[in-house]
Design a protein around this ligand. Structure first.
Ligand SMILES: CC[C@H](C(=O)O)C(=O)SCCNC(=O)CCNC(=O)[C@H](O)C(C)(C)COP(=O)(O)OP(=O)(O)OC[C@H]1O[C@@H](n2cnc3c(N)ncnc32)[C@H](O)[C@@H]1OP(=O)(O)O
Ligand SMILES: [Co+2]
Length: 134
């Protein structure tokens, strides 16, 4: 069911500073910031040869990452995103086996313009899992 790792996400308190560190200290290629108000975050993608790093900071009140940053004020690894070819089949497979899909269970459109879902971190060993249909 799982394909490539599409990205590993790092929640940060200051997206500008984190982007500069990846660009200027690590010499990485970084995208322009992308505000995603429907997801309560602004993101920057760090392009790597085999995957991406998603840097994300809260956007607006009620951001889903606000509590995470409250517990981890310097930032931290937030989620891992796996690619799937059929997100509804993956969802149904997982729900049938007792996994919890976050939100209302319906995919939303993510930063790449593709359908995404999130699985509860408590069901996957303390790791928030995102699925993205490619
Ligand atoms: C889709 C656009 C973009 C893209 O890639 O295209 C993105 O990735 S946007 C990313 C931001 N959006 C989301 O993360 C949506 C899914 N996340 C959520 O719904 C929440 O973050 C949730 C429910 C996972 C956690 O929310 P919150 O922290 O407010 O709830 P709790 O404090 O009740 O947490 C419950 C429990 O889970 C632990 N937790 C929370 N976040 C994480 C995490 N990232 N990794 C691991 N564990 C996490 C938290 O510590 C609580 O544990 P407990 O032991 O009960 O204290
Ligand atoms: Co993501």
């Amino acid at each position: 069911m799982l394909g490539r790792v599409n990205h590993v996400a790092i929640a940060v308190p200051d997206l500008t500073a984190a982007t500069a560190a990846y660009r200027d200290m690590l010499g990485a290629t970084v995208s322009a910031p992308q505000a995603l108000p429907q997801h309560g975050v602004t993101v920057v993608f760090v392009e790597l040869p085999n995957t991406k790093i998603e840097l994300l900071e809260p956007l607006g009140a009620g951001s889903p990452i606000a509590a995470f940053l409250g517990k981890n004020p310097s930032g931290g690894m937030h989620h891992i995103c796996y690619e799937v070819t059929d997100i509804l089949a993956a969802r149904d497979h997982l729900v049938q086996r007792g996994a919890r899909v976050l939100g209302n269970g319906e995919p939303k459109i993510g930063a790449h313009g593709k359908p995404v879902l999130f699985l509860h971190p408590k069901d996957f060993f303390g790791t928030l899992v995102e699925l993205e249909q490619v």
